[in-house]
Design a binder for this molecule. Structure first.
Ligand code: AKG
Ligand code: FE2
Length: 265
């Protein structure tokens, strides 16, 4: 049973991702979908220690954010980094899978579930026949915030058809460890053009949170949550204190109901 929370446009469900939930995001009825207990919290704790043991390195272009794997965003579209990204894509999927052992990687499970519920199925995104990486794990350490941004594949691969025919890019995160204080997902309802975003962020990877005013949605994730949202909306992560905030993530691409959904990081 779905239950509408006090905050409009957040739809919460328990345990199970369903087709109607994805549809509510695609129609704009929901801005955020939260599936509680997608991964059991006890399992998350063990996966969290596996991820910490595997070890986090900082983003190339967001030095306060730790990650395992490489996001396509880090390439900034530069050929050398794009080549590195594709060379390491499948090995990085394997590193994440191994870090979760003996448990299943929550993003592997997510990929299966989406393939099972979406009529046209779902698969790993390719660009010019090269398979993309998926399953990036982020570590927001105490005191670090993720600046406000929107995510847009086309900016990074302007000449690739598969990056330019998306109707919607959704962001997907499973929350493996969540600090007691802070670490909320913040979202603003209004969209800005990518040109305006690039102008306002300047040389930074995102925009400062404070000057944007109060977010329209403030959502504190719980361990085990699967949260999906429209990544075209400006979003950010509030800083936290105490412990690390660990997620495993994917983007989910939609190109109409007659096309498969696609995954990448
Ligand atoms: O960690 C989060 O809650 C959201 C991170 C983010 O910006 C994304 O998944 O696109
Ligand atoms: Fe994002």
């Amino acid at each position: 049973m779905n239950e509408i929370l006090e905050q409009p446009a957040v739809i919460a469900a328990s345990g199970k991702l369903t087709l109607p939930l994805i549809e509510s995001l695609l129609s704009g009825e929901a801005l955020i979908i939260r599936v509680a207990n997608f991964t059991r919290p006890a399992t998350c704790r063990l996966i969290a220690s596996g991820l910490q043991r595997a070890g986090y390195n900082d983003y190339l272009n967001a030095p306060t954010v730790g990650r395992i794997g490489m996001s396509f965003f880090e390439t900034g579209g530069k050929q050398e980094l794009v080549d590195h990204y594709f060379r390491t894509a499948i090995p990085n999927i394997e590193i994440l899978r191994k870090a979760c052992e003996p448990y299943q990687s929550p993003i592997d499970v997510f990929r299966c579930v989406v393939d099972e519920i979406w009529p046209k199925g779902a698969n790993l995104q390719t660009l010019s026949d090269r398979k993309m990486f998926v399953g990036l794990s982020r570590n927001m350490r105490p005191g670090a915030s993720l600046l406000a941004h929107h995510d847009m594949l086309a900016r990074l691969a302007p000449h690739d058809r598969e990056a330019n025919d998306l109707h919607m890019q959704m962001a997907v995160n499973v929350y493996v460890d969540v600090p007691e204080k802070g670490g909320e997902l913040l979202m603003w309802r209004d969209e800005i053009s990518d040109a305006e975003f690039l102008r306002r962020r300047g040389s930074n990877y995102g925009m400062e949170i404070e000057p944007l005013g109060a977010p329209d949605i403030v959502l504190k994730p719980r361990v085990g949550d699967l949260i999906l949202f429209n990544a075209r909306k400006l979003h950010a992560v509030a800083s936290s204190s105490g412990s690390d905030r660990l997620t495993v993530s994917s983007f989910l691409g939609y190109r109409g109901h007659k096309q498969p959904l696609t995954f990448w990081s």
